[in-house]
Design a protein around this ligand. Structure first.
Ligand code: 5RP
Length: 220
């Protein structure tokens, strides 16, 4: 299977986690886009969707899927999203598409987080992918200095503004021995909105695309 075929296969497999008549949370990125396209085929069975980005909102709407604000929904049984990296504990780095803050909010509300990813995303240790951090613009210099103090190489993502009007700093070279500790620590830096470590709230299940088909992983 090619990477694209893997993305389509895991997106299709995620439909089994969608609850009839309920709202589904939808992530952002190329794999999440495959899920949106698959979801369109069963749109009559769901109550609608909550989007983790403006791009996702538009793609859902283009398929005629009703999109609700998170605040309008009382429960969210499932959230389906991709990842930039995922480890055996179902902890992830996310935010390659810059939607990490809204993704983290929707994930926090959802009862179940289903991560859909092609096989290249499964890693033994998180951190080869530079960690995205969303930053309030006036705090950019301060946040970059603080991130450098903890061993990272922070680079402002050029020409990018998040859906929330903020900046993204991509932090390379960070030692991520303890993802929960690092997620918490970076979020303490004044001016950080959130960071792309999803360790405090990991995925509940990962549908991983492999050459042999879709593997279902849960925390080791
Ligand atoms: C967007 C994300 C995406 O889930 C992540 O970047 C993976 O994207 P893709 O499915 O295109 O590889 O976190 O902010």
């Amino acid at each position: 299977m090619t990477q694209d075929e893997m993305k389509k296969a895991v997106a299709h497999a995620a439909l089994a986690h969608v609850v009839d008549g309920k709202i589904v949370g939808v992530g952002t990125g190329s794999t999440a886009n495959c899920f949106i396209d698959a979801l369109a085929a069963i749109k009559h069975r769901i109550g609608g969707a909550v989007a983790s980005s403006e791009a996702t909102r538009q793609r859902l709407a283009s398929h005629g899927i009703a999109v609700f604000d998170l605040d309008e929904v009382e429960e969210l049984p499932v959230y389906v999203d991709g990842a930039d990296e995922i480890n055996a504990a179902m902890q992830m780095i996310k935010g390659g598409g810059g939607a990490l803050t809204r993704e983290k909010i929707v994930a926090a509300v959802a009862r179940k987080f289903v991560c859909i990813a092609d096989g290249s995303k499964l890693v033994p240790v998180l951190g080869r992918f530079p960690l995205p951090v969303e930053v309030i613009p006036m705090a950019l210099g301060h946040v970059r200095r603080e991130l450098a103090k903890i061993g990272g190489t922070p680079l402002r993502r050029a020409g990018f503004v998040t859906d929330n009007g903020n900046l993204i700093v991509d932090v390379g070279g960070l030692p991520i021995a303890d993802p929960v500790e690092l997620e918490t620590r970076i979020n303490q830096i004044v001016g950080v909105v959130t960071n792309g470590l999803f360790a405090c709230r990991p995925a509940d299940v990962c549908l991983l695309g492999t050459a042999d088909g879709v593997r279902t992983l849960t925390a080791a």
